[in-house]
Design a protein around this ligand. Structure first.
Ligand code: SAH
Ligand code: SF4
Length: 377
């Protein structure tokens, strides 16, 4: 079998690594840029397509390397236009990506791990434990597959507020057939897989690669403090979202075990030290759990905690799922929490349950295939 096992998947390499790979095979540096552009800008899947590269190099590359690809095994569209893609990774694992179409600014939420080791009590992905890290290729291939799908079949835009990307210019001119913002907020904890996530983001923001502005890429973390510092060092200017979800260590320790290693004070210090340019803000995500963290006292404490950090707040009403005893907050509690913050000039967006009817909302991604490899309903 001449399969992948001993060949290098070029989608695991950022541009400097691809240069290194080709230099190691006696090739000029500029060849790497050519190959990189073929892969990410022309979506080439074979070396034969690379017509500005000599036949000899193409043959050599075919012997030593390959270009992986993902096609969704299932695509579901919710009544609000949200699209959920299920990707079979071929080894029994599957992950999901969710496209949230908002007029002129489609946002794609991608996964970074199969399962998650962080064990947050309210999160369905967390209940599956970590099966494995996604490779760099598997992370960027989610974007490429969705890009292909929406070029063929653009989603219906929704008119709703959105919070992702640094969009204060109000520009909504982008085509519905393109992805505007990427959020690493699907399955898994991206900062628990930084070795693969960092090259993936570098590919996303490379001008010869997927060409996203770093203002349009957001990494969401449950609060792995040392890894936040590493992310900031290696990719300054990427957007940071932090799942705070509680305003006391007592409650956060209970619902997010990571807090026992990195309590709120240390987490907020890491947020303050995160290198965000100019007017950019840290997004604080706050899952509202009915009767647990949704009172005005919580809102008051939240404001106090984050007020010295340039911030915006993303309130996410808890999405209920089987086997989890937490309750969704009442509409009155959501409204009161939201109003408390708005009245104090906080930028706050309350997430509607986007994709709820296709289980594509936050915390509902399970990325599970049935016994025969078919998607579970
Ligand atoms: N691991 C990262 C990113 C993936 S989780 C993180 O924790 O930030 C994405 C978001 O979904 C997090 O803000 C998390 O708090 C939220 N979430 C998880 N389960 C949820 C649920 N059942 N209802 C609503 N939000 C949930
Ligand atoms: Fe993992 Fe994020 Fe879910 Fe926590 S909320 S278990 S960190 S995916």
């Amino acid at each position: 079998m001449t399969t992948a096992a001993c060949k290098t998947d070029l989608k695991n390499l950022n541009l400097p690594a691809l240069e290194h790979f080709l230099l190691g095979h006696g090739k000029e540096r500029f060849r790497a840029t050519q190959v990189f552009k073929w892969i990410y800008q022309q979506d080439a899947r074979t070396f034969d397509e690379m017509t500005n590269i000599s036949k000899e190099l193409r043959r050599e590359l075919t012997e030593k390397a390959f270009i992986s690809n993902l096609e969704p095994e299932a695509v579901e569209e919710g009544s609000d236009g949200t699209r959920k893609y299920l990707f079979n990774l071929g080894d029994g694992n599957a992950v999901e990506s969710v496209l949230i179409p908002i007029e002129g600014r489609n946002t794609l939420c991608i996964s970074s791990q199969a399962g998650c080791a962080m064990g947050c009590e309210f999160c369905l992905t967390g209940t599956f434990k970590l099966t494995r890290n996604l490779t760099t290729a598997e992370i960027v291939n989610q974007i490429m597959a969705v890009r292909r799908d929406i070029a063929r079949n653009p989603p219906t835009p929704q008119s709703a507020d959105d919070i992702w990307g640094d969009d204060e210019d109000g520009d909504r001119s982008q085509s519905q057939a393109e992805i505007r913002n990427i959020v690493l907020m699907g399955m898994g904890e991206p900062l628990h897989n930084l070795d693969n996530v960092i090259p993936a983001i570098q590919i996303m923001i490379d001008g010869n690669g997927l060409q996203f502005s770093n203002r349009r890429v957001t990494v969401s973390t449950c609060g792995l403090v040392p890894q936040m510092a590493r992310l900031g060092r290696e990719i300054p200017n990427v957007n940071l979202a932090v799942s705070l979800n509680a305003t006391t260590d007592e409650l956060r320790n209970r619902i997010m075990p990571v807090n026992r290693s990195y309590p709120i004070k240390e987490l907020l210090r890491a947020c303050r030290e995160f290198p965000l340019p100019g007017r950019r803000k840290v997004t604080f995500e706050y899952v509202l759990l009915g009767g647990l963290n949704d009172t005005l006292e919580d809102a008051k404490r939240l404001l106090r905690l984050i007020s010295d950090i340039p911030n915006k707040v993303n309130l996410i009403p808890f999405n209920e799922h089987e086997g989890c005893d937490f309750k969704a907050p009442s509409q009155a509690a959501i409204d009161a929490f939201h109003k408390y913050l708005i009245d104090r000039h906080v930028t706050v967006i309350t997430r509607d349950s986007r994709g709820g009817d296709i289980s594509a909302a936050c915390g509902q991604l399970k990325g599970r295939l049935g016994q025969g490899g078919e998607p579970l309903a």
